[in-house]
Design a protein around this ligand. Structure first.
Ligand SMILES: Cc1cc2nc3c(=O)[nH]c(=O)nc-3n(C[C@H](O)[C@H](O)[C@H](O)COP(=O)(O)O)c2cc1C
Length: 323
């Protein structure tokens, strides 16, 4: 399959693995890239630019295919060393960067000058248009169903993707709720040039997370995610658990007066407890509604091969047969 995304990134299949905190280590990025997709290392999971440089070097030992790094720009009182992370990416010879959050514009000139392709992840048409206007090469459009931060507009992909297609000139990936060959064909039909997956890639053999996390995703249905931190305008879609129920109870009790400090225990420092230790009730961790479509734990190659085969069968068989 050839799309504007396979051409842009020089990869075999139009499938990308989104940056994921404490999941996007070199093992997963390399496995996705070796399977013909775009694997992504999550920059900020590495605590310092030096550690990111090491992770990039480790990934290069595991694959000679293109892979990228996610840089998430969060509003913060004491921001991470972004100049250092950008330098580690450029010096490491990485050619793809997935940005998310605010202020990508500031870092774009340095990335572009280094010949890096930048794909910005956004949750609305207006942010996608902004990314296009400032010179991003592509965008990843995250619908309301996505795991992680869906924004505050709540537009699901059946509307968001065709709206993006109406407005954008640059290529874009459908993100949020994507799991299989059906997702890929639907995404292409709605105007996207490929798809980005988060939650689906956690439930793979190579994802370097605790087995409990993979089992929780397989066991979950499409009804098992919750939206947290909406009153703080920092909405996150997470898998329900005892910590999340506690958090939601506080949101109900405190209403509009809630502050980040009130939910600190349920959201801060949770990722290592969940992803590394497998303590599944530790608190809020991102997970998409797509968990309801995830029933197994294949290798990344098995998953991507299966998606491409299924997509081809749907296009050549089911759809062509209807004409
Ligand atoms: C556990 C987890 C952690 C994530 N961490 C990040 C992150 O650090 N930065 C980011 O830009 N997106 C992050 N995301 C969002 C994903 O990159 C992707 O956009 C999203 O998962 C797509 O929705 P899906 O889960 O329905 O496939 C995360 C998602 C998950 C499930």
């Amino acid at each position: 399959m050839k799309t504007r995304i396979t051409e842009l990134f020089g990869v075999e299949h139009p499938i990308m693995q989104g940056g994921m905190h404490y999941v996007g280590f070199a093992e997963l990025a390399a496995a996705v890239s070796n399977a013909g997709g775009v694997g992504i290392i999550t920059g900020l999971t590495q605590r310092t630019p030096e550690l990111l440089a090491k992770e990039i070097a480790r990934c290069k030992e595991m694959t000679d295919k293109p892979f990228g790094v996610n840089l998430t720009f969060l509003p913060s009182v004491t921001p991470p060393d972004y100049p250092g992370y950008v330098k580690a990416i450029i010096d490491g010879g990485v050619k793809i960067v997935e940005t998310a959050g605010n202020n990508t514009q500031k870092w774009l000139p340095a990335l572009k000058e280094a010949g890096i392709r930048v794909i910005h992840k956004c949750t609305s048409v207006r942010h996608a248009l902004k990314a296009e206007a400032i010179g991003c090469d592509a965008v990843s459009v995250d619908g309301f169903e996505c795991g992680g931060h869906p924004g505050e507009d709540d537009v699901p992909n059946f509307i968001l993707l065709p709206r993006a297609a109406e407005e954008l000139k640059i290529p874009f990936l459908a993100s949020g709720g994507m799991a299989d060959g059906r997702s890929l064909v639907a995404a292409l039909a709605l105007g996207a040039d490929g798809m980005n997956m988060g939650t689906r890639f956690i439930a793979t053999k190579e994802a370097p997370v605790h087995e409990n996390v993979k089992k929780a995703i397989v066991a979950a249905s499409e009804l098992d995610t919750r939206l947290v931190m909406r009153p703080l305008r920092n909405t996150e879609r997470v898998l329900v658990n005892a910590g999340v129920e506690r958090l939601l109870e506080k949101e109900r009790a405190l209403g509009a007066n809630i502050k980040f400090e009130d939910i600190f225990n349920e959201v801060a420092g949770v990722y290592p407890k969940i992803m590394t230790e497998g303590d599944m009730d530790a608190g809020a961790w991102s997970c998409g509604m797509v968990a309801g479509l995830i029933h197994d734990i294949p290798t990344c190659k098995e998953l991507i091969d299966r998606i491409m085969l299924e997509a081809t069968d749907i296009i050549r068989g089911r759809l062509a047969g209807m004409l």
